[in-house]
Design a protein around this ligand. Sequence first.
Ligand SMILES: NC(=O)c1ccc[n+]([C@@H]2O[C@H](COP(=O)([O-])OP(=O)(O)OC[C@H]3O[C@@H](n4cnc5c(N)ncnc54)[C@H](O)[C@@H]3O)[C@@H](O)[C@H]2O)c1
Length: 385
Amino acid sequence: MSSPLNIGMIGYGFMGRAHSNAYRQVSQFFSLKHKPVLKACCARKEDKIKAFAENWGYESYETDWRKLIARKDIDVIDIGSPNNTHKEIVLAAAKAGKMILCEKPLAMNVAEGEEMCDAVEKAGVANMVWFNYRRVPAISLAKQVVDEGRIGRPFHYRALYLQDWTIAADVPQGGAALWRLDVDVAGSGVTGDLLAHSIDTAEWLNGPIQRVSAATETFVKERVHAETGKVQKVGIDDACMFMAFFKNGSMGTFESTRYARGRKNFNTFELNGEAGSIYFDLEDPQYLQYFKYADPKTGAKIESHLTGWQKIHVTNGEHPYMKHWWVPGCTIGYEHTFTNALADFLESLETGKPVQPNFRTALQTQKVCDAVLASAKSGQWVEVG
Ligand SMILES: NC(=O)c1ccc[n+]([C@@H]2O[C@H](COP(=O)([O-])OP(=O)(O)OC[C@H]3O[C@@H](n4cnc5c(N)ncnc54)[C@H](O)[C@@H]3O)[C@@H](O)[C@H]2O)c1
């Protein structure tokens, strides 16, 4: 028997749209007991949230998230608002016994994240952080390849996350459209925004990061603040590079910037091991590249004249998530990663097995981000707590 799950969505922006799309699609493509109902959405501007509710088919709207949380007819609070709002909403939602889906980064810093983890665990409410890239089928396949032992002893992990939208010095900081440039709202720049994704994927595939050495740069030191109209110091990191050692002994390099001219959302990683390598590029998201050097079971080397990178089109029914979508050869896209993540969350309610990444796992990513920023400040290697 199916069971309705009433959603309370906070935010109508980029993620408000991505999540709402997932709520509308998931029950049609995945056969699950819990069926999301678009009960209410919430944001401060009434005209905007009313139009959003009408467009996506929400039954009602609120202009104060406290009212949304107080509603008895809401089961899940979904947080798609800027980073500085996450903690307060989570603490109130957990207290009210709501399930919580929160956007990344979990928090502004580790101290906030710890409070949030304690709150959801004390309340015993289901929780997940939307690190949606795990649900790109090719990245899920990468995880399968690693778990099957096909990489062997890992040596190197290499991640890039590049954009170019803040190069112009006259882009303001702050306000509804540019809160990512305001450190008081975002917490950090590319480290929390982009590298959080790279770190989550890296730790999922290659295990915990133990210590880091980082450098950050803020290329444009002052910008007009959209809310005050005044020229103010920029407090975020525009670019960040860090070296890492993983607990398994492998080395990592991570680079992120919003100043890579021509790069829009260039998110790649490569893992090199003794028995093989994998490579992924979000601009070619339906492919996983795999280099097989040796058979994982027998250790036998591949005949050298036949070695080479395989470009695997991740669209077969046996590939992660793909049996729920189209026939082999037909691709899915960015929006489906949210639907796949949501399906995993709904399935976890049925099985009782907590979905990943939950708040506790996302806190680990937050710890790496904080260690990266501390290292950039001190110029020293920093152990991840
Ligand atoms: N998983 C991903 O790939 C991904 C991608 C983009 C953003 N994000 C994360 O999602 C969150 C939102 O980012 P976005 O790009 O959707 O931002 P956005 O600016 O497009 O939308 C933010 C929304 O929050 C609303 N909002 C702001 N303050 C509020 C408040 N006090 N009460 C209620 N609503 C409020 C705004 O009205 C707006 O609708 C951020 O934490 C961001 O880091 C994640």
